[in-house]
Design a protein around this ligand. Sequence first.
Ligand code: DAT
Length: 174
Amino acid sequence: MDRSLPNILVTGTPGTGKTTTSEMIAEATGLEHVNVGDIVKSKQLHEGYLEEFDTHVLDEDKLLDELEEMLKDGGKVVDFHTCEIFPERWFDLVLVLRADTSSLYDRMPCRGYNKRKIDENMECEIMQVVLETAHESYAPEIVVELPSNTVDDMESNVDRVKQWLEAWKVNNSK
Ligand code: DAT
């Protein structure tokens, strides 16, 4: 893809801070935040809801068509809890947010998740599922693991992205 601005994927277990961090990145850089979960719901890009797992079954084809159009010119910060469904070529940087068990556990109740979903998310984080999936799905040099336990962590993560973006612009100027 030839784009004048990069696309960044912010991924991680639910509750690790993807939406908050993506909004902060958008604010600090002028890139546009794309909240995939919200798009799935608002455009009904799912094939129904699984009550037992408290989750929507994605209509992947429709979702990818929708996102391809949004991402083609670059300049997007895409926030989603899974990363393997997207084509590798879409992203220039993949951030995997990580939270300690205690930080993450404290954030779960405010999400209104049932016990099963909380246990599932905690296990997902402990077993580093999203990090491993990101490593399997993208080139190693674009995958960056970032701690997201405190507000200071979030601020320093946003600063790193700002610096990365400046370097990207220099390296990709025509
Ligand atoms: P996600 O989009 O990964 O599901 P979120 O951004 O909605 O997560 O954050 C969930 C809650 O946790 C929200 O109340 C903000 C808080 N939070 C997230 N990351 C944090 C951090 N690094 N420090 C403090 N609070 C954080």
